[in-house]
Structure formats: C-alpha cells, structure tokens
Design a protein around this ligand. Structure first.
Ligand SMILES: [Zn+2]
Length: 338
C-alpha cells in the first residue's frame, strides 16, 4: 500500500503512545466493528481487545458496530454469537450496538451529498465491460479480485442504464479541504497528484494513490447493497469515532476512507492497525479460511483467549481472574514504552 517500501513498525506493546489530548477531555470514541460472517477467532479478538484497551486507556467510550452491510456474506445469528463472545471476555460496549443494515437512510443521504458535490457518478459497466475496457488499454491489474476501474462512465452513461454508483477519485485531488482530526493526532495531509497520506499509529507514514491503486471505487453496488467503504465512513462520522483500531488486513481501505471523509467534509479519525495473527502455515487467520472460533464459554477459557490476544499485542500474560487481567492490560497499554 505504501510506495515507500517496507514500513516501520513499532517495537513492544502497541499502547504507550498517548498521542492525543482528546482522551483527557473525554472526547475519545473508539469502536469495534465485526462482520457477522463467522464467530470471533484468535485474529479478530486481537482487534477487539486492542480497540477496547485503547478506549479504556484514554478514558474514552467504546462502541460496537455490526458491519452486516454485505448481507450475502453474513450468517444469521452470528451477531449474537459475537456479542456473547465479547461479553464473555468482559468487553462491554458503552452504548447499545448498531447494525449497518438498519442505517440505509444515512448511506443514501451521504450518496446524495456526494452526487450533489460532483464526487459520485452512476456506472453502467458490468464486470465484462470493465475487463474489456482494461484489455483495450493493455491493463489487467486486479486488487483483491476487483478490477481497477478505468473511469469509463465518468463522462456519462451514454444511454446505458445505471448499475452502480462510484466515487470519483479525482475529487480529492481537486478539493483538498480542512482535513484535520479533532484531536489533531494523525497528521494527515494531502500530497500532490492525488496521493492520500496519513500516519498510522503503528505502521507509521502511509501513502496511496487511490486512483492508481483501486480506481473509482463502488459506493452502491449493482445488486443494490451499500458498499463497505461508504458505510464505514458514514458510520464513523455519525458515531463521532475519533480513533479507529482494527486489524492490519483493513489498512489498505484507509486511503479510500480518507478520500470519502474529505469529500463528505467529515473528520478523519486516528488510525491504528494491529498485527495479524497467522496460522501455523503462515496464512492470515480469517473466517474465510476456517479459523476456529475463540472459545470464551467459561471464564478460564475467555482468559486464555484474551491472553493469546494480549500476547499478539506485546502485552504480558496475566494469571487472572478476568477483571484483574483486563485492568493490568489497560495499565500496560497506557504505560509509555521505553
Ligand atoms: Zn462504468
């Protein structure tokens, strides 16, 4: 994702860097946003614990948002299982959870604002059309199975019916407003030529040319579902999230989300991407490749699962019981690293 080669990584526990004044003002709002496509596993529990610890150590609020916008991938009842696992681990949200599928009017309003601002346009292309347009240019690059969109419909639909809505990535080049966080922590600036730059609290300086890397990405899909990127940005803004702490597998989305934040004129949160937990074979643990559910059924099992997650975050093991372990990890997260 960065054009600048290997990324610097912090050593030791991920906490420590109390970079913000907002926590002291009580303004910190963090969130954990699981997709109900499977139960929490060892990898997603790392992100859950890190976001909870970061919120607690900043004396902030911690919210849970069920990211079920991609309904075909979601499994019925999985939201309740995830919330149960979190509760088993003592990770309790400060407000009732929200579900993205109940928030469609917010996404529709945001799309209309983007359209009115000239930052979104309808697209009539099928996947075949996009493949053909790219082949014509001698390009076949894909990113995560998605073809980089060549901007075919920027100039209009030419009588074809609209299928999807896309973000015009040129918008953030032309309009570089007022991007600053309330807490001023993430030192975000726009670079030349449409490159989005931001500072990740763990990964350090990041840069992505969104137009080159992903093209004009989808806001509303041809199947009528809201795209993940739009829903996340709208929800983070609506919930006044100041700090996003999530797994490193999501880091690649950050530039697109910042571009959308700029186009919508909303604040950009601080970002911290946590280390991925890998299976013995080196693959990232994920629901898609069948990672086992984190077993949190009894307090000792929950403590064991949390100890594994804490270890991935560079935090020392705790003997328990659970509340004492969590308190010790909050203190360790808060402590400045030497
Ligand atoms: Zn198109």
């Amino acid at each position: 994702m960065s054009a600048a080669g290997p990324l610097p990584r912090r050593e030791g526990p991920l906490g420590g860097q109390r970079t913000t004044r907002s926590g002291e003002r009580g303004g910190y709002v963090g969130r954990f946003a699981p997709s109900p496509t499977g139960p929490l596993h060892a990898g997603s529990l790392v992100a859950a614990l890190a976001s909870w610890l970061d919120a607690r150590s900043h004396h902030g609020r911690w919210l849970v948002r069920i990211e079920d916008v991609d309904t075909p991938r979601c499994l019925p009842g999985m939201d309740a299982i995830i919330l149960r696992q979190l509760a088993d681990c003592g990770l309790l949200p400060d407000e009732p959870p929200v579900w993205q599928t109940r928030r469609a009017p917010l996404y529709e309003a945001a799309l209309q604002r983007l359209v009115a601002a000239g930052a979104a346009y309808p697209c009539a292309c099928s996947r075949k059309d996009i493949e053909a347009a790219r082949a014509e240019r001698g390009e076949s690059r894909e990113r995560f199975g998605e073809l980089v969109y060549p901007g075919t419909c920027r100039g209009g639909l030419r009588g074809r019916p609209a299928r999807a809505w896309r973000f015009d990535t040129r918008f953030s080049e032309q309009n570089r407003p007022q991007v600053s966080t309330e807490s001023g922590v993430s030192a975000i600036e726009s670079g030349a030529n449409g490159v989005i730059r931001w500072a990740d609290r763990r990964l350090g300086p990041q840069a992505q040319d969104v137009e080159q890397a992903v093209g004009d990405f989808v806001l509303k899909r041809a199947d009528g579902l809201w795209a993940y990127q739009l829903a996340v940005v709208v929800d983070d803004a609506d919930q006044r999230i100041t700090h996003v702490v999530r797994g490193e597998d999501l880091a690649d989305n950050t530039a697109r989300q910042i571009a959308l934040q700029r186009a919508l004129g909303v604040a950009t949160p601080a970002y911290l991407h946590t280390p991925l937990v890998r299976a013995a074979d080196g693959h990232k643990l994920s629901k898609q490749n069948g990672a086992a559910a984190a077993d949190t059924a009894s307090p000792p099992q929950a403590l064991a699962a949390l100890n594994a997650a804490a270890g991935a975050l560079g935090l020392p093991p705790q003997p328990g019981p659970l509340p004492a372990a969590l308190a010790a990890w909050v203190a360790a997260w808060r402590a400045p690293t030497a």
